[in-house]
Design a protein around this ligand. Sequence first.
Ligand code: SF4
Length: 320
Amino acid sequence: MSRTRQRLSSPEHAAALGGVATEPTRAGEAAFPARISVEVTNHCNQRCVLCPRQAFTRPLGFLDPALFERIARECAPHGTRLWLHFLGEPLLHRGLVQMIARAKEIGVREVGLSTNALSLHGRLADALLDSGLDRLECSMDADDAETYRAMRGRDHFEQVSRNVRAFLERKRALGRERPVTSIQFMRTPELLASLERVVGTWRPLLGPRDFVMTIEPASFGGAIAVAGAAREERPPCRWLTSSLMILQDGTITMCGADWDAHAPLGNLRETTIAEIWHGAELARRRRAHEARRFDEVAPCATCTDWRLADGSGYRNATPR
Ligand code: SF4
């Protein structure tokens, strides 16, 4: 999950997050999600150890572009940001560039996505540069081939490094500022030990608004074992009042911790985003959180990912 959350130290980072609140209409409820993650596909060409998708029980597939059109049309008037990624590799969707361009044409405020960059080359890379895409997050996660293979389950380090470098060089040659591009690394002990070298490698290639980002690994509701500092007081989860997830088959869920959709809120083929956002079930979950009765919402009872909902898991390693 390129989910998404860091210290809100730049607009680009904030845009990538679900935890950005908008004008509330009732206590704890924004008029519409500030951000929606749209899983354009849950197919992938890598096998990352920090991703739970190997344990999917839900089907694999690709988002219907007609459904995406509905999402974009409903979101545009609200200024909702769309992040076209959840568990899967968005560049595998053959209609991706057209969907991005269509969203921008319709007036979606900001469109971004996260990619493992394996397919970020040739005509697809050029088309993405021309698509209107606002943000591109390139997940590297390693600074050498051995660590990369251990993290991502594939020997793609050289190819991915080459792709990202070439993309940044092409963007610079074209004089483009967008998509604002980040090079992302999971904040592991190994990464922190070599962070200075990592930044030194990538900084010369970055455009004025590009950056290196480190990200705190998420547990995906406990599916992945990650270290998490205990916190005495648990607040209501901010994702319940700021964002939604729409999966490739139209299923709507409340957050990335419900990555296998065991507590869906509905399906976009049968309803609208507004109906889900203002619906009884999400209201019930928000009330339970406000009352600190977290065990009344199944995925929330044992979840620790709420810690990342304030954006603190994402950090710019190349601040200016
Ligand atoms: S507490 Fe966890 S499961 Fe509940 S809404 Fe927040 S991130 Fe999702």
